[in-house]
Ligand binder design. Sequence first.
Ligand SMILES: [Zn+2]
Length: 254
Amino acid sequence: MTQTDKAIDRTKLLPSDPSQQWVCTACSFNMIGFYPKRCRFCGATPEHFTTALDCSATRQVEAVQVSDRISQLKSAPPFDFEHAAYRIDTGNGIVWIDCPSTFDSQMTPMEYILFTHYDCLGASNLYRQEFRTQVWIHQRDAVHPNSRRFSFDRTFEADFELLGIEAVVMGGHTPGFTLYFFEDTLFLCDYVERVDSEFIWNPYGNRVKTPLVGQAVARLLSDRPTPPKTVCGVDYVEDYESWKVKFDRLMMQT
Ligand SMILES: [Zn+2]
């Protein structure tokens, strides 16, 4: 950690009430403590909203094994859209990368939730409250309007390592976009998205910076002494070699 990292005083954070938290069933975004006219993520109207309380009563979180230590987490029954989150059993504690939109009290408690960016905050405030989880995000994503009313225990500004997980700050799609490595797996969330089995740069962020930073991602990957074997993305898990072929094709068009 660097001197610019900020630990946040937990006593200043308000308690979360799942009856006062709304989940957009169109895009699964959680809105804490207020009932907006439109979903702040996808713009859906309020007939698409349900409370986090109802969401927990009608949905659970399903874990699908990716490898010995990693599983993918998603709500079941599924939302029309949800960023997949991932659970890593580091051997020294459980860490989630991003957070499912459904709060499921039956999940094995996790020590940390580390975010790639502000689009996939899910029900992290409720997990944090239930399990006293430490929630970390990049400082520049913490101050974005999508992060409003979410609670973070630490905001970082530089790369770090935690329980064998390597965090690399990239920016691009969002100002504080952070990717993660654990052993031979890369966690990249939605930096690239699949359309007709090809990749496109995520169109919802900064359209200039996303491909530029994408080149830095490519360099980072080629500079690693051993390339990853698996990529965990926003709605897919893919072996690195086939992922890289498509990623390289996207780079060529950029
Ligand atoms: Zn995103």
